[in-house]
Design a protein around this ligand. Structure first.
Ligand code: SF4
Length: 313
């Protein structure tokens, strides 16, 4: 079956079974095209919470599906390929969070949504790359402190600290995203020579030396809005994030040009889903092999920091 036939088939099954499909911007474009909602982690968390459907198919990595399960304990959250995991989340364990707390008992724990449910359950508040600055400002005011514990992404911690002036103690020092941290200033230099008169947009998970070269730093949703609100003169953009997002921009803004700062900026973990797997799930909704269910005791604890973030956002 070709892509268009498969997509039509999926759209029919989705309607018939009253299923919502959520997809991250880093998904292959043919999956983004059949989703009810495409967005970044914050948008997906909010949408998962609002959706009334009994089944949500989540085309994203494991922690995103877990977050959907935490905020929708009564619904079935299905992930097309359970091997789609975020390696960054593995940098921080609940035991490590407890050790940091013992060392810094007065400081609040802020965890990036790119973390396991068990880690979220140990935290005071969650954040995303869209709202991390505002979240550390609010939580440090609430705790009346000038430092917070922040994990697992050391680059997002550094960016948040730079922008907020609140010290973000990294949990751990080496947490990073292998996609964004591979971008180097030399790549930017080469790309800028190749594509002149471009605006450089990068993700805060990039290293500081790269962020400092950028015209704009933000989450995928923020970069999307930056392009949407750009003037007619700004029609060439260098994109410093995963390839799926650049493809999406190319599709949505056909009067502008988008170039990647580097070849092969691909999150292979995000690309483990495909249309065949989604079609299979829609035909086998009760197959528990695809269901992501966070145990209720952990979900209950993890819901508190997630809701606290959503209420602040
Ligand atoms: S792009 Fe990076 S942070 Fe996002 S899922 Fe892939 S490895 Fe994790």
């Amino acid at each position: 079956m070709n892509t268009i036939q498969l997509q039509e088939d999926i759209l029919g099954l989705k309607k018939e079974n009253d299923v919502t499909i959520l997809a991250h911007y880093y998904q292959p474009i043919e999956i983004q095209e059949i989703a009810d909602y495409v967005g970044d982690s914050l948008g997906l968390s909010r949408t998962a919470k609002k959706k009334a459907n009994n089944y949500i198919v989540f085309a994203g990595v494991d922690f995103m599906a877990e977050t959907a399960s935490i905020v929708n304990q009564d619904k079935h959250i299905l992930i097309p390929n359970y091997e789609s995991c975020c390696p960054m989340a593995a940098y921080l364990t609940p035991e490590m969070v407890r050790e940091f707390r013992n060392k810094y008992p007065d400081l609040p724990v802020v965890v990036y949504v790119n973390s396991t449910a068990a880690v979220k359950a140990e935290s005071d508040i969650c954040c995303t790359s869209s709202n991390s600055i505002m979240i550390v400002e609010k939580i440090s005011q609430e705790f009346n402190v000038s430092s917070v514990l922040f994990g697992p992404d050391a680059n997002l911690a550094d960016y948040t600290e730079q922008k907020s002036g609140i010290k973000c103690i990294k949990m751990p020092e080496e947490g990073h995203c292998y996609v964004h941290s591979q971008i180097r200033p030399e790549d930017i230099e080469i790309a800028k020579k190749k594509y002149s008169h471009t605006k450089l947009l990068v993700h805060p998970e990039c290293i500081r030396a790269v962020r400092e070269l950028a015209d704009f730093v933000g989450s995928t949703a923020q970069m999307y809005n930056r392009v949407k609100n750009s003037s007619n003169d700004e029609n060439k953009f260098l994109i410093g994030t995963e390839e799926g997002f650049r493809v999406r921009l190319t599709q949505d803004f056909q009067n502008k040009n988008f170039y990647s700062v580097k070849d092969k900026l691909i999150c292979y973990n995000m690309k483990k889903h495909n249309l065949e797997l989604i079609e299979y799930i829609l035909k086998n909704l009760d197959d528990q092999a695809f269901e992501v269910k966070v145990p209720s005791d952990i979900a209950k604890k993890a819901l508190i920091p997630i809701n606290k973030m959503l209420n602040y956002s």
